[in-house]
Design a binder for this molecule. Structure first.
Ligand code: ZN
Length: 320
């Protein structure tokens, strides 16, 4: 009995300097900082969530920034590329905008879609894929980027793998993604019914992974709710893979498992979402702590570096 995911929920990576991360993702790319919290496993460091206006699943890129973190190196067994969807007509706008900021871009073509490739300040490989719909619903419009050019949501992520066979079985038999076209050493797997938010598996043995700034820690897949999540957990166990119990992440509930190619996968619920502790207009404005750390708020705020959020009037005094 298959219980397919509807696609990517979020992608979580490691960054260096938190201000450089904010300036790039909120300032240059125009994503909304929808939540500013701490690493629940290491509350002396931030956890930033970027997304669309309300932080809907499928738009969320999150970072653990550690100032001074050594840059990572790419290789097999990890997520090697994050691809965002924009309308094809917007690629020229982005070429100009990123170029004016000194960011080197290059065009590439894959699966018949033109893409703009570049890296974030920590070397994380990004792409704007010209496969987006021209609609405007839910976009964040406070960053000076016209609605017709704004980033829509994830187009896909790419996993670099020594061998794709075992991972392919997980994405089809556990997650219920549908095998799509092949382009050279890359095959795409799409959510049932088509649409964005799937994964590309790239067979490539070159390089050696060193985890650090610019590395992607894990990718998360959508579950509609807790019942769906438990069904997917059963599918993971049915494949003989280890999986964690359900963990409460305040904005969603999560399970984690490592797929056979080495990439850490999560299944996260769509609910309750990012409006659970801040109103829509205030998303990202306050430092939000989970209940277990609220009593240590003063000590936590004292060690977090001060930041300013581009496109808003939010300037923190944390660390002062
Ligand atoms: Zn996650």
């Amino acid at each position: 009995m298959m219980h397919p995911t509807t696609g990517l929920h979020h992608v979580t990576a490691v960054a260096g300097d938190p201000q450089a991360n904010l300036d790039f993702y909120a300032g240059r790319l125009g994503l909304r900082l929808v939540k500013r919290t701490v690493n629940f496993d290491d509350p002396g460091t931030y956890h930033f969530y970027y997304g669309d206006r309300t932080g809907r699943p499928g738009t969320l890129l999150t970072f653990f920034p550690w100032a001074g973190m050594r840059r990572g190196r790419r290789g097999p067994g990890e997520t090697s590329l994050v691809s965002f969807s924009v309308p094809a007509t917007a690629l020229g706008f982005w070429e100009d905008r990123l170029g004016a900021a000194g960011i080197v871009t290059g065009r590439a073509e894959r699966f018949g879609v033109t893409r703009l490739r570049f890296s974030d300040p920590d070397g994380l490989a990004l792409e704007l894929a010209g496969d987006g719909e021209p609609g405007t619903g839910g976009l964040w419009d406070q960053a000076g980027i016209p609605a017709e050019a704004a980033i829509r949501r994830f187009s896909s992520v790419t996993l670099q793998l020594r061998s794709t066979e075992a991972t392919r079985a997980v994405v089809t038999d556990v997650l219920g993604l549908v095998p799509g076209p092949v382009d050279g050493a890359i095959q795409r797997f799409d959510p049932v019914g088509g649409g964005l938010g799937g994964v590309e598996l790239r067979q490539d043995e070159t390089g050696a992974v060193a985890f650090g700034a610019g590395s992607i820690h894990h990718i998360a897949w959508r579950a509609a709710g807790q019942e769906h999540q438990l069904q997917l957990r059963g599918e993971v166990l049915g494949q003989g893979l280890g999986v964690t119990p359900v963990v409460d992440r305040t904005y969603f509930r999560s399970i984690y498992f490592r797929e056979p190619g080495g990439v850490l996968f999560e299944v996260a619920t769509d609910d309750p979402g990012f409006l659970v502790d801040e109103a829509e207009r205030e998303l990202g404005h306050g430092l939000k702590l989970p209940p277990q750390y609220e009593g240590e708020r003063a000590a936590i705020e004292a060690v977090l570096p001060p930041i300013r959020v581009p496109g808003t009037d939010v300037v923190t005094v944390e660390g002062q």
